[in-house]
Design a binder for this molecule. Structure first.
Ligand code: HEC
Length: 175
């Protein structure tokens, strides 16, 4: 007996339907359930923004606090480092390391590379010697147009010690 063979069997695609739905449902529920081994960064043990601020490192300044003091604000800062022989020795050492190459060993503005600059100030000049400690401190930390900043090279007590040493420069006699 000849059996009827339809030319198109519409049910042919059906066998894949069940497994597809099964896979989607299983996959979806695994994704939603988020077992430990597939925690993503959202559900992991991560500190979400603004939920648990970490303790700031020492010396951190709050965003709404003063970040940098400018020259004028620094001008009247008192020098917290006592002016002792040791301080001056430390200041001299720091000066020779960081400053002498430009301003010269005796501060006269004649360091080895001074000629490469349009103007190399003489640190024994009266106008510099009349600067307040805070003003010189600010120049050392922030630098100038051509002078590099040294805030990251020396810590605060070192910079204040250097200020004491800068204040010892005198004009050579006869000037
Ligand atoms: C690379 C060269 C260079 C170095 C290093 C340097 N300076 Fe200067 N400094 C200058 C120049 C140039 C000026 C003039 C202002 C400017 O152009 O930045 C100046 C200005 C100054 C002034 C102000 C002088 C004025 O007439 O108002 C002081 C004070 C000073 N420097 C101190 C120091 C000290 C202290 C150090 C060491 C930590 C130092 N400088 C290192 C180049 C240098």
């Amino acid at each position: 007996m000849k059996t009827y063979q339809p030319r198109f069997r519409m049910t042919k695609i059906k066998p894949t339907f069940g497994p597809t739905v099964f896979t989607l449902v299983l996959g979806g529920s695994v994704l939603l359930a988020q077992p430990t081994f597939m925690r993503n960064m959202h559900t992991g043990p991560v500190v979400m923004p603004h939920t648990q601020p970490m303790t700031p490192v020492e010396g951190t300044i709050a965003v709404n606090n003063q970040r940098l003091r400018d020259r004028l604000e620094s001008r009247d800062l008192p020098n917290p480092v006592p002016n002792t022989t040791e301080t001056l020795e430390e200041g001299e050492w720091l000066y020779n390391v960081y400053c002498a190459v430009c301003h010269g060993i005796t501060g006269q503005g004649n360091g080895q590379i001074a000629d490469h600059f349009r103007r190399m100030p003489n640190l024994s000049a009266p106008h510099v010697q009349n600067y307040t400690d805070g003003w010189i401190y600010s120049i050392i930390g922030d630098g100038g147009f051509a002078m590099p900043p040294f805030a990251s090279s020396m810590n605060e007590p070192e910079r204040w010690a250097l200020v004491h040493f800068v204040k010892t420069f005198t004009q050579p006699s006869g000037q």
